[in-house]
Design a protein around this ligand. Structure first.
Ligand code: AMP
Ligand code: ZN
Length: 113
């Protein structure tokens, strides 16, 4: 965990957040500035900076995140209507928070961007 990281603080419940799903490896909470009716951030419960820091050692967390997506879809009632997963990595993608996160977007017909 990283003391300066806002998502680590959310995982440790030091900052309040609206959790949608949580297990030993994964936390999923509502985005503060939603871009869709359903906008959940899905994060590993260890501090991984971005997709660039994924490796064999922390891969288990990535596996668990992928298993969590369809659970979050069930919880938010969008399994049938569908959803989109986005992870911004680095400067050109506009990654603001340096703790790996996947945007789970759903609840309306999503445009190309
Ligand atoms: P990114 O640009 O991919 O790094 O996305 C960061 C996301 O984190 C943005 O969509 C923000 O709205 C969201 N965000 C920042 N702080 C919080 C917070 N405290 N709780 C929930 N979402 C947050
Ligand atoms: Zn962190």
């Amino acid at each position: 965990m990283n003391d300066d990281c806002i998502f680590c603080k959310i995982i440790k419940k030091e900052i309040p957040s609206e959790f949608v799903y949580e297990d030993e490896y994964v936390a999923a909470f509502k985005d503060l500035n939603p871009l869709a009716p359903v906008h959940v951030l899905v994060v590993p419960k260890i501090h991984i900076e971005s997709l660039e820091e994924v490796n064999e050692e922390n891969m288990e967390y990535i596996d668990k995140i992928h298993l969590a997506f369809k659970k979050i879809a069930q919880i938010t009632n969008v399994s049938e209507s569908g959803y989109r997963i986005i992870s911004n990595c680095g400067r050109d993608a506009g990654q603001e928070v340096k703790h790996l996160h996947y945007h789970f977007l759903a609840g309306k017909k999503l445009g190309i961007q």
